[in-house]
Design a protein around this ligand. Structure first.
Ligand SMILES: Cc1cc2nc3c(=O)[nH]c(=O)nc-3n(C[C@H](O)[C@H](O)[C@H](O)COP(=O)(O)OP(=O)(O)OC[C@H]3O[C@@H](n4cnc5c(N)ncnc54)[C@H](O)[C@@H]3O)c2cc1C
Length: 411
C-alpha cells in the first residue's frame, strides 16, 4: 500500500515509522524546513532542555548552594542544540526506515492530496497537522523562547496553565520579575484541590505576582490592560496558551474545531485517518500513541484509541504529574517521612491516590520524581490491575516509588 502522512510532529513520525516497518510505501509531507513538529522544534524538547539546569539549581538550593548562576543565553543554546540534534536524528531515522520526505504544504482538493501544486496518488492519508498560532504583533509566545534574542528583566505571563507554570517557574528562578495572569481563582483548578492550592501557594512563596480571577482586555508589546481597567507593564508580554488545530487545506474533512474521528481514528472520509493535536490531544506522548493507532487501523488491526490513564506532567521542581480520575476512596501521603525524600530534603511533596472497586482510578503528585511515580500508576490503570494483585510489588529502597507501596498499605 502507499500511504501519505501529513505533518512530521510526534503523531506523523510514529505513524510513518509504524507503517514503514510493516513494509508499506510511506510519503511524509512537512511544510517546515526542519522535521519534528511543535514538540521538537519549539515545544517539549527545547523547553525541557532549558528547564533542566533550573531543576539542578533547585536541587543545589536544597543543600544551601544558592550562588550558582545561569544566563538566558546559555539556556537558549541548550534548547536549540537539543532541538537541532533530535530533528536531525528524526531525519536519519526516517531515511533509514525508507520513508520518503517531501517538503511542502499539503491540502485536499475533492478528496485528492495535493502538495506543491501536484497531486499525489495514495491509498490512505494520515492527517497529523497539529496546531498553529494566531499571532498578535509584539507579543511573545511559549514557542518563541528558545529562539528569542532579547534581554528582559520583567515579564507578564498571560495564562496560568502548563505553559504559564513551567515558564513562570523557570523565569522566576532565573531572577526575573514575573507577573502571572489567569482568569481562574487558583492555578490548575481542574486538578485536585491539594495540588491546585499547593502550586498556587508555592508560586506566591517564590515571589511570582499572581493576578488570579482577572481577564485580559488588551495586550500590547509591554503592557496588559485588565478588564477592571488596571494596567500592568513589563519588558515583555508572554502568551502561554491558545494554539488552534491546523485544518487549513483540509476543510473537506469534518471538524469542530478539531478533526472529528471515531475510536479507530478514522475521519469522515473513509481513507483518511487523523492523529495528534489536530484531533484534540495535548501532549506529544498522546500524539505518538495516536499516530501508531491510526497506522495500525489503516492496516486493518481494529485497535481502539484508549485515552484512559495517560499521564500528564508539568516539569517544575517539585514536579506535578497526574493521571486518571480523582474519584472513589482518595488517600494522601505526605513525603515528610519517606526515607528518600528525607535524604534529599524533598519532604514537602505529596502523592494522592484514588481507589475504586479495588482498582487505582487516579493519582496526582506534587513531588520530586512525580513523573516516574505517576507513570507506574498509569501502567496499573491502563492494564486494569487490581490493588490486591500489586501488594507483592517491592519498590527499591530508598526511592520515591516507595510512596506507592506506603500508600497502598493504607488502602
Ligand atoms: C512550548 C510548548 C511546550 C510543550 N511541552 C510539552 C512536553 O513537555 N511534553 C508533551 O508531551 N507535550 C508538550 N507540548 C505539546 C506537544 O508539542 C504537542 O502535543 C505535540 O507536538 C503534538 O504533536 P502533533 O504531531 O500532533 O503535531 P505537531 O507537533 O504540531 O506537528 C504538526 C506538523 O504538521 C506540519 N503541518 C501542518 N499543516 C501542514 C500542511 N498543510 N502541510 C504540511 N505540513 C503541515 C507542521 O508544520 C508541524 O510540523 C508542548 C507544546 C508547546 C507549545
Amino acid at each position: 500500500m502507499k500511504i501519505s502522512v501529513v505533518g512530521s510532529g510526534p503523531a506523523g513520525i510514529y505513524s510513518s515509522l509504524e507503517l514503514a516497518k510493516r513494509g508499506h510505501k510511506v510519503i511524509l509531507i512537512e511544510k517546515e524546513d526542519r522535521l519534528g513538529g511543535t514538540c521538537v522544534l519549539y515545544g517539549c524538547i527545547p523547553s525541557k532542555a532549558m528547564l533542566n539546569p533550573i531543576h539542578l539549581l533547585a536541587e543545589m538550593e536544597k543543600i544551601g548552594k544558592k550562588d550558582i548562576k545561569i544566563s538566558m543565553e546559555e539556556l537558549r543554546k541548550l534548547g536549540q542544540e537539543s532541538s537541532f540534534r533530535i530533528s536531525k536524528g528524526i531525519e536519519y531515522m526516517l531515511e533509514d526506515s525508507g520513508v520518503e520526505v517531501i517538503h511542502g504544504t499539503a491540502s485536499l482538493r475533492s478528496g485528492m492530496l495535493n502538495v506543491n501544486n501536484e497531486s499525489i496518488q495514495t491509498d490512505y492519508i494520515v492527517l497529523a497537522t497539529g496546531t498553529y498560532r494566531e499571532r498578535i504583533k509584539g507579543i511573545i509566545y511559549s514557542e518563541d523562547l528558545p529562539y528569542l534574542n532579547k534581554d528582559f528583566n520583567s515579564v507578564i505571563l498571560v495564562g496560568g496553565d502548563v505553559g504559564g507554570i513551567e515558564f513562570g517557574w523557570m523565569l522566576r528562578k532565573l531572577g526575573k520579575e514575573v507577573i502571572l495572569i489567569d482568569k481562574q481563582s487558583t492555578l490548575l483548578p481542574y486538578l485536585d484541590k491539594d495540588v491546585s492550592n499547593a502550586i498556587t501557594t508555592y508560586f506566591e512563596k517564590i515571589g511570582i505576582k499572581l493576578y488570579l480571577n482577572r481577564t485580559v482586555k488588551e495586550m500590547k508589546e509591554n503592557e496588559v490592560i485588565l478588564d477592571n481597567g488596571e494596567r500592568l507593564t513589563a519588558d515583555i508580554v508572554y502568551m502561554t496558551f491558545g494554539r488552534k488545530p491546523s485544518i487549513s487545506g483540509f476543510e473537506e474533512v469534518k471538524h469542530d474545531p478539531f478533526i472529528i474521528v471515531d475510536e479507530y481514528l478514522r475521519t469522515s472520509v473513509s481513507n483518511i485517518f487523523a492523529a495528534g493535536d489536530v484531533i484534540g490531544t495535548h501532549t506529544a506522548h498522546e500524539a505518538m500513541y495516536a499516530g501508531k493507532i491510526a497506522a495500525m487501523n489503516i492496516l486493518g488491526y481494529k485497535k481502539k484509541f484508549n485515552k484512559n490513564g495517560i499521564p500528564k506532567v508539568i516539569y517544575i521542581h517539585p514536579t506535578i504529574a497526574y493521571v486518571g480520575k480523582m474519584e472513589g476512596n482518595c488517600i494522601k501521603y505526605n513525603l515528610a517521612s519517606l526515607p528518600r525524600a528525607v535524604t534529599e530534603k524533598e519532604t514537602d511533596g505529596f502523592l494522592k491516590i484514588c481507589v475504586k472497586d479495588d482498582k487505582i482510578v487516579g493519582a496526582q503528585a506534587f513531588m520530586k520524581d512525580a513523573e516516574e511515580v505517576i507513570s507506574l500508576i498509569s501502567l496499573l490503570i491502563r492494564l486494569n490491575i487490581k490493588v490486591g494483585d500489586i501488594k507483592d510489588f517491592v519498590a527499591p529502597h530508598p526511592s520515591y516509588i516507595e510512596v506507592i507501596t506506603e500508600l497502598l498499605d493504607k488502602v
